[in-house]
Design a protein around this ligand. Structure first.
Ligand SMILES: Cc1cc2nc3c(=O)[nH]c(=O)nc-3n(C[C@H](O)[C@H](O)[C@H](O)COP(=O)(O)OP(=O)(O)OC[C@H]3O[C@@H](n4cnc5c(N)ncnc54)[C@H](O)[C@@H]3O)c2cc1C
Length: 443
């Protein structure tokens, strides 16, 4: 057992600490005040690229090629990503999600893409002069948790596919050079009908409908996308047709989540830690002299949150360790995600309570963290969905049994579909040559 952060991650973690303090947090506050993300041509994005930071998994890009993962050796990709995700989210989770890179689109391309797709769609992030983004477009107005319900259609037409449908809440969706777009070739086929396409920005029929206004995470762009007769070549099918044998499309989406949920968990720890530190800082400053009794009254609750933050970090690290060792991690990733996202909210909520009247004032960081952190519980499967995933694995509750006992859609809902992601995390990535502080967080 080794509870230390790998010493090789330290230099980049320290650089991220510097960047977080000097840029991520102040720019996140600026975005929050102006109510929207920094424009894609903001100088910060070029600056951060020149430092070698990337948002999302890109794999090791040697000579513009993503090497195959066939030597069976453990990786450190996921462990490094959770450490950096925690650090980045500590400073500002919205800014961390907005860093140039493939975002959540990186994991499915790396896991399922053909060599040519990896080289093109991940290789473009090797260019450290032009900020670029990728996106992952799964959610639809009628299909969030229950991804089996997606209705965006992909119709075969000669050697092309024609996509029609709507996607919502897509992180970096308006600025992305490309998006992994999930569609169905036939809703009657359920999950077996799922296909993912790499769709370039600017493809006729692909438009951005709007950028959402959110209660928090203003620095992170969240867009609604429309596909209206959007024609893409056969080669845009992620991984080629053979990747979709059985429920291959659905499984690959779930594998991507096994890879990214530990990162979201680490972000919950990072944001919770930020709320805790800020609460303590303000409380120490304000509760002096005659009001010093106030700190002693809340010390027990602060200690409890601190202890939970340690526990949450261990859950995230374990899920990442399993991914790096190519072992199934769906249960651990789900546990970490459910626990830590909720924990971030608990820490921020405690901060508001402890600081009393000042806690809710917008010039205190805790108030912003409270608004920002709620989304962590929603993205990449809510806590309820994580529990469905875990129950399926631990108790053997399955979709079919649920149906036969008259259970509602709870049994089919997924965003998680653990039943199908039997391989756990198949992290096929080499250690990343670029740094992934935001990991592949999307959703
Ligand atoms: C900031 C942000 C960024 C996002 N980025 C992306 C992105 O990049 N790409 C993308 O594809 N999506 C993205 N999303 C969408 C996100 O994945 C969905 O919002 C999420 O999956 C939940 O879906 P929903 O909002 O439709 O809620 P619903 O699925 O309608 O759920 C509503 C409520 O019902 C509960 N519920 C649903 N099913 C069950 C069940 N079986 N058992 C128990 N409870 C259940 C849920 O837990 C939830 O509390 C983003 C969302 C946010 C907020």
């Amino acid at each position: 057992m080794d509870f230390q952060i790998d010493p090789s991650f330290e230099p980049i973690r320290q650089m991220l600490g510097w960047l977080g303090k000097s840029k991520l947090r102040p720019l996140g506050i600026e975005a929050d005040r102006q109510g929207g993300p920094l424009p894609p041509d903001h100088p910060f994005f070029k600056e951060v690229l020149s430092m070698g930071m990337t948002g999302g998994f890109v794999g090791k890009l040697k000579d513009n090629k993503v090497p195959r993962d066939d030597d069976g050796r453990p990786r450190r990709t996921s462990r490094r990503a959770v450490v950096l995700a925690e650090e980045a989210a500590y400073w500002d989770r919205g800014m961390a999600t907005s860093l140039p890179g493939p975002s959540l689109g990186g994991a499915p391309v790396m896991l399922t893409g053909t060599d040519a797709q990896k080289e093109h769609y991940l290789g473009m992030f090797k260019d450290k002069t032009t900020p670029r983004w990728g996106a992952f477009a799964m959610s639809e107005p009628g299909a969030g948790s229950d991804v089996a319900r997606i209705r965006t259609r992909a119709k075969r037409d000669g050697d092309s596919y024609v996509l029609s449908g709507e996607k919502c809440f897509i992180s970096n969706g308006a600025r992305a050079s490309w998006a992994v777009v999930w569609a169905t070739i036939d809703p009657a086929l359920g999950r077996s009908g799922h296909r993912a396409f790499l769709v370039d920005q600017g493809t006729p029929g692909f438009t951005v409908a709007c950028i959402e206004k959110k209660m928090g995470l203003a620095a992170s762009e969240t867009a609604s996308l429309v596909f209206d007769g959007c024609r893409v070549p056969e080669s845009a099918l992620l991984g080629g047709e053979e990747a979709y044998a059985g429920k291959g499309g659905f499984k690959s989406a779930m594998k991507a989540f096994d890879m990214t949920r530990p990162l979201v968990a680490a972000m919950g720890v990072g944001m919770g830690r930020a709320a805790y530190d800020e609460t303590l800082r303000v409380a120490r400053e304000r509760f002096t002299g005659p009001s010093s009794w106030r700190l002693s009254r809340v010390q027990d609750r602060l200690v409890r949150v601190r202890r939970k933050l340690e526990m949450g970090r261990m859950l995230a690290w374990k899920a990442a360790w399993l991914a790096d060792h190519k072992r199934p991690n769906a249960v651990e990733a789900g546990m970490a995600k459910a626990y830590c996202a909720q924990l971030g909210l608990e820490a921020a909520s405690l901060g508001l309570e402890v600081l009393g009247e000042s806690g809710g004032a917008s010039d205190y960081l805790v108030e912003k963290i409270f608004r920002d952190v709620k989304a962590l519980d929603i993205v990449e499967g809510t806590q309820q969905i994580q529990r469905v995933v875990i129950a399926r694995r631990l108790i053997g509750y399955t979709e079919d049994r649920g149906r036969s006992t008259g259970a509602s859609e709870a049994s089919t809902s997924n965003g998680s579909g653990a039943k199908d992601s039997s391989n756990g995390s198949a992290d096929t990535a080499e250690d990343s040559s670029t740094h992934t502080p935001a990991g592949a967080t999307h959703v």
